[in-house]
Design a protein around this ligand. Structure first.
Ligand code: EPU
Length: 343
């Protein structure tokens, strides 16, 4: 049965529940391991009472005090639901570590997810921000998501089109407090094709010796990520801190003299996507600190906690970076993580 662990002074905090290692006290914490515990939590918690679901805490910024209950999803299990002539259907529980699921699938010979290796966080959090890396997004593999709808007070199964997936976005992210994801079903193609469009991956030296396999791509992605991105266990961070902004072509043209040097990619809707990491570096923020936080020295898009930071320090740095990028390039950077407990 779930239980609420009450906050008792400094004895309890959420520091170990977020990869930025920010200290934070909430009104209570429930660790939920089954769907019936979610039902129970919903029954005990007033329907409109503030609560936040937390998985691995790898895409959140926690305020020092959160006037809400935290529901930590700890359900486990990975199952092959079905094997059709064309696909494997794999169900994974919300509390599984995302990277563990990728490893499991690659080891079982079910390719598809390998480009998404080493992304921190849980399976339940993956659809919320529609995780993506190295030319692949989760959305293309989602068959359905099972979630409790706190507004309707019932369990639902959302087919992929109902999840409203977009770049680092979904209905789950747009409607905070409404959905509690318990499991995800992924549809992985039996006809595997390597996805090597991302420059570092396409030029990986191994492919000169061996044809790419899911396991080979998995190893390559892990190596590339380890080279570029700090390990949150060693240097607390939340991955990319800002989304890559998409600006209207008119804005790009108006600032062409400055923006054309930035890596940029025309989008189907006519907008231009810009590399936020490049913009931040061009503003001199790569490796620079503000108090106990800073932008990482190898990747300017990753905000890191050098030790002892609070959510307020993170907010100050995020605002400083946003202001400078806007001033220099006329482009607004939207933060990628969810802010919990801030005004
Ligand atoms: N760049 C710089 N300076 C930097 C960082 C990047 O000039 O300090 C340039 C790079 O040289 C490159 C471009 O910016 O030309 C893009 O950089 P990178 O390939 O590292 O990818 P990204 O756009 O910064 C995105 C995702 C990452 C994902 C990588 C690889 C977003 C917000 N981030 O980063 O996702 O791993 O592509 O596909 O879309 C995450 O979401 O937490 C995350 C790590």
């Amino acid at each position: 049965m779930s239980s609420v662990l009450p906050v008792a002074g400094a004895a309890f905090d959420l520091r170990s529940f977020n990869t930025l290692a920010l200290p934070s006290q909430a009104s209570g914490l429930r660790v939920l391991t089954t769907e019936s515990e979610v039902d129970q939590a919903h029954a005990e918690c007033l329907p409109h009472a503030a609560m936040h679901v937390l998985g691995g805490g790898s895409n959140v910024v926690l305020a020092p005090h959160i006037d809400a209950e935290i529901w930590h999803m700890a359900m486990r299990g990975i199952h092959l639901l079905d094997a059709t002539p064309t696909h494997w259907l794999v169900q994974a529980a919300a509390g599984e570590r995302w990277h563990h699921l990728v490893q499991h699938c690659v080891a079982a010979g079910w390719g598809g997810l390998e480009n998404l290796a080493l992304i921190p966080g849980t399976v339940g959090a993956a659809p919320v921000q529609n995780i993506g890396a190295y030319g692949v997004e989760l959305a293309e593999f989602v068959d359905e998501v099972r979630a409790f709808d706190r507004r309707a007070g019932q369990w639902c199964t959302l087919a992929a089109p109902d999840c409203g997936f977009a770049y680092r976005d979904s209905v789950f992210k747009r409607e905070p407090g409404r959905w509690v994801i318990s499991s995800v079903v992924l549809r992985l193609p039996r006809q595997w094709q390597a996805r090597l469009g991302y420059p570092d991956l396409g030029t990986w030296p191994e492919w000169q010796q061996h044809a790419p396999t899911p396991a080979g791509v998995f190893e390559a992605v892990c190596a590339i990520r380890r080279r570029k991105l700090p390990d949150p266990a060693l240097l607390p961070n939340a991955g990319s801190f800002f989304k890559n902004p998409v600006v209207p072509a008119a804005v790009f043209d108006a600032n062409r003299s400055r923006l054309q040097a930035a890596p940029h990619w025309p989008q189907a809707d006519g907008g231009i996507k810009l590399a936020a990491g490049w913009l931040i570096e061009a503003c001199g923020w790569k490796g620079r600190r503000l108090g106990p936080v800073g932008m990482h020295e190898r990747h300017a898009l990753v905000l890191v906690n050098h030790g002892g930071a609070t959510g307020n320090d993170v907010r100050l740095l995020a605002r400083a970076v946003q202001a400078e990028v806007r001033q220099q390039f006329g482009v607004w950077l939207e933060a990628e993580p969810v802010w919990l407990g801030f005004d």
